[in-house]
Ligand binder design. Sequence first.
Ligand code: JD8
Length: 226
Amino acid sequence: MQIRVHDLRAWTHDRHRVVDEPPYGGGTGMILKPEPVFEAVEALRVGPESRVLLLTPQGVPFTHGQAAALAAETHLVLLCGRYEGFDDRIRALVDLEVSIGDYILTGGELPALVVVDAVVRLVPGVLGDAASAAQDSFAGGLLEFPQFTRPPEYRGLAVPQILLSGNHEAIRRWRRKEALRRTLSRRPDLLTAAALSEEDRLLLKEVTREVQAEAGSPARLSIPLV
Ligand code: JD8
């Protein structure tokens, strides 16, 4: 696998290597002019197998599923805007528009790095252990279970006894239950979409009962962030 970075100014033809112009119709700031973008993408395409991605706040939300689909491609071109954006005609070059989230950044470079990071770890041979990509949370549709390492007690905080028991079946079941508990409490939207087994439904029922039991005991201090 190879990753290369290109400077749009390499596809300008003027002394000052200008890539931006003020927008027609007026407005603040500058936008990327179409010619360097068209020439860059035409130069970088290797054939019909190349997929051109545009990182923009107007794109479809980037997901693990998309990362997996992109990892199966042979050649990707990630197009990053700057300034106030780009001349809209460059969308003619683009196969897929993605956004990494609902917050405003100054350009598409960090979103491109986020996409690269999510995709490369799904390319065979990039992760040390290929199994870990299939194991991780969004692949399974749930949040991850809590993990611990030595020591068994630190500053009065104990590792759950079951993890020290050596009972692999009990540990597997505990982990699945804790993954379900976290997903239910933090990301219930993921549970709706997850493929749940009969065992999962049973574990969720146990979790729900425990949560109801906790409702009767004193709450911990919580400070809302929003
Ligand atoms: C590309 C310029 C700057 C600032 C107009 C578009 C993605 N999730 C995301 N947040 N922000 C971006 C992103 C922002 C960009 C560009 C991506 C090119 N900007 C803004 C003011 C308003 N532009 C992004 N993917």
